[in-house]
Design a protein around this ligand. Structure first.
Ligand code: DAH
Length: 342
């Protein structure tokens, strides 16, 4: 094989050589450029080349040498750059944050109320949102045409041929529970309720309530007060106080409205409690004997208390939300603020 052929063979070998890491780069250098490499060997073969061809042969070997060295430096530089790039990745940096959702403030408060009552033995019960007259009104001692029905503006809907109502309160669930179980009964009923109201910051056509019911032998008003005091302290802190004001509900007798000492000024007086030191949180009373009888419970043997509160109202006090519309507008700027609360 003449020297020209050898140069061509070596050239194609050089071009095919794979260099994709530092080890391969070094093998390349040793094999072709190094002091015992293929190019050196070619040069040493020059002495066997006839004199008149020596110059041309020397030139082609030289130009291959140059090419090979250039290829080597180019590959070396590329590998170093890739390596530096890798080096510039800082693996100790925090990762990309993964967006996770937040619980809705109404869900947060509902869960908290449920867990407070579960700790003292209450179960959770639910009923339908489309209710008949009996469960929403009649069984709760609202006689037909009684003006107390106007206390709550009702949405009426047709279901089949029957006129139904969107429940105006979760008190309808206490009727269902009493009809379907025997005392002792200790239950709370969270749920959505509807009222035919113009929507504003202070009123909405739907909102959420939690109803409470306790029926047993010898249940007294003192039990009611103590239960509500426990609830207020669990929800608003050990310093919370309650006061009861006489009120009227058709389904309880006597009835009361309950205030909690202002959570903002601790009772000293501020603009949230309108300088009274107190905030209204719920209605309650001893279950009227007419209601017990209507639900098939002997009012001679059993007594009980009931209470009902608005979840939005409690959330408003806990989170200082002063516009009811925010709860149902799905504005992420509002909802995101409750992320850390859970
Ligand atoms: N149902 C009443 C309302 O929606 C709240 C209420 C008051 C519930 C007194 C009760 C109660 O169980 O005893 O305004």
């Amino acid at each position: 094989m003449d020297i020209k052929q050898k140069v061509e063979n070596l050239q194609s070998e050089i071009e095919k050589f794979e260099i994709s890491n530092k080890e391969q780069l070094e093998s390349f250098r040793i094999k072709f450029i190094g002091s015992k490499g293929a190019l050196k060997e070619l040069f040493s073969e020059l002495k066997n080349v006839p004199n008149e061809l020596k110059k041309t042969a020397g030139n082609i070997i030289n130009s291959l040498k140059q090419q090979t060295e250039e290829l080597y430096s180019a590959k070396k530089e590329a590998l170093e750059m890739a390596y530096e790039k890798k080096e510039s990745l800082d693996f100790s940096r925090p990762g990309e944050p993964v967006e996770i959702g937040a619980n809705h403030p109404i869900s947060l408060v509902r869960s908290e109320i449920i867990s407070i009552f579960e700790r003292i033995g209450y179960t959770v019960s639910e009923g339908p949102e489309i209710e008949d007259d009996w469960h929403n009104f009649s069984a709760l001692n609202f006689p037909p045409e009684h003006p107390a029905r106007d206390m709550q503006d009702t949405f009426f809907v047709e279901q089949g041929r029957q006129e139904m109502a969107l429940r105006t309160h979760t008190s309808s669930v206490q009727v269902r529970v009493m009809e379907n179980s025997t005392p002792p009964i200790r239950t709370i009923s969270p749920g959505r309720v509807y009222r035919n109201e113009a929507i504003s910051a202070r009123a909405h056509c739907f909102f959420h309530q939690v109803e409470g019911l306790y029926i047993d032998k010898d249940v007294s008003f003192a039990d009611l007060k103590q239960t509500l005091l426990y609830f207020a302290k669990e929800l608003f802190g050990e310093k919370a106080q309650i006061r009861l004001r006489p009120s009227y509900f058709p389904f309880t007798e006597p009835s009361a409205e309950v205030d909690v000492s202002c959570t903002i000024c601790s009772g000293k007086g501020c603009n949230v409690c309108k300088y009274t030191g107190w905030l209204e949180i719920l209605g309650c009373g001893m279950v009227d004997p007419n209601v017990l009888e209507a639900c098939g419970i002997d009012s001679e043997e059993f007594t009980g208390f009931a209470f009902g509160m608005g979840i939005e109202r409690i959330a408003q006090l806990k989170y200082r939300v002063n516009d009811l519309r925010l709860y149902s507008e799905n504005d992420l700027r509002f909802l995101k603020q409750f992320k850390s609360a859970h």
